[in-house]
Write a protein that binds this ligand. Structure first.
Ligand code: NAD
Length: 275
């Protein structure tokens, strides 16, 4: 593997540049790409998950038990989560990927993130493996509904005001999660631990990789499956893999190239050298 530190020497290997110039690049992104937008990574220090135990808040059964036993905590969680997401803006890494798609270098972004920042940056083809926090979906008929930020802020305000009263919280939650046209209750369109990925998205991701010239892993620890199986699928097909991460990850061993540093610094340098 070629190890290159762009942070120090501002140099990007000619082989990587050549692979980009050939086009047909696919990016697989994780929480790390949004870290510079102010969204804590899953395993980063002082993140959301140091305040909310993932064993409870990242599992459907855990969330239901918190709602039953301490509804105020659900309010705090939704409030904290959406405050972070509302504040976040695309950073240079998201913007460079969107630019590369317009310039026909990048075929698509496959993301594990739920923050909508790739779309906010202007990326068109985004395959969301774990859903999107700004959508509601119906588990019964699969219909999805956009969650408008203004409406969302209003409901969260109502939830905040309802703290201390189970009845007021449940009333606000029923506004947050209204019923679908098919009458089932909607939920946030994100994949919790132990749940299946949205139908078809993993298959489409595999298909995108079959025809790519380079897979770029950006800010993913490679520990969450089945997303982490995608690089192995690419490797088996002889596709070159470039990792961009602040440190080595679980996937580093199968990567052909590695650029260590912040995605928001490395990607703009890379694009500069492509021109
Ligand atoms: P992870 O938290 O497990 O790993 C993040 C990776 O990014 C680490 O390897 C870290 O070294 C790297 N990193 C941190 N800052 C970076 C930077 N500035 N530039 C480059 N790399 C950086 O993330 P994961 O692999 O995506 O898995 C976590 C799961 O949690 C995913 O399923 C994801 O859906 C979810 N999640 C999403 C968000 C989001 O939507 N922004 C945030 C947190 C967690």
């Amino acid at each position: 593997m070629h190890k290159i530190s762009t942070a120090k020497d501002n140099f990007i290997n000619a082989t990587i540049l050549e692979a980009f110039k050939n086009g047909q690049v696919v990016a697989l992104t994780g929480a790390g790409i949004s870290e510079e937008s102010g969204i804590p990574t899953f395993r980063g220090e002082n993140g959301l998950w140091s305040r909310y135990d993932p064993q409870l808040y990242a599992y459907p059964e855990g969330l239901l038990s918190v709602l039953r036993n301490d509804p105020d905590k659900i309010v705090d969680y939704l409030d904290d989560l959406y405050s972070i997401l509302f504040r976040a803006k695309p950073n240079p890494a998201h913007l460079v990927l969107a630019r590369m798609e317009k310039d026909k270098i990048l075929k698509c972004v496959i993301t594990q993130n739920i923050d909508n920042l790739h779309q906010d940056a202007g990326s068109d083809k985004v395959l969301e493996l774990h859903g999107n926090a700004f959508r509601l979906r119906c588990d019964n008929c699969s219909k999805a509904y956009r969650l408008e930020k203004d409406n969302l802020s209003h409901i969260i305000e109502q939830l905040r005001k309802g703290k201390g009263s189970r009845q007021a919280i449940l009333k606000a939650l029923s506004r947050f999660f209204p019923r679908c046209d098919c009458k089932d209750r909607l939920r946030i369109d994100i994949v919790l631990f132990g749940e299946l990925l949205p139908s078809g998205v993993l298959e489409e991701s595999y298909r995108e990789m079959e025809h790519c010239s380079l897979l770029v892993l950006i800010g993913t620890s490679g520990v969450v499956y089945p997303a982490a199986s995608l690089p192995f699928y690419a490797k088996d097909r002889g596709i070159k893999i470039l990792e961009i991460n602040s440190v080595s990850s679980n996937l580093s061993a199968i990567c052909d190239f590695q650029l260590l540093g912040k995605a928001g610094e490395i990607l703009p340098q890379l694009v500069k050298q492509l021109n």
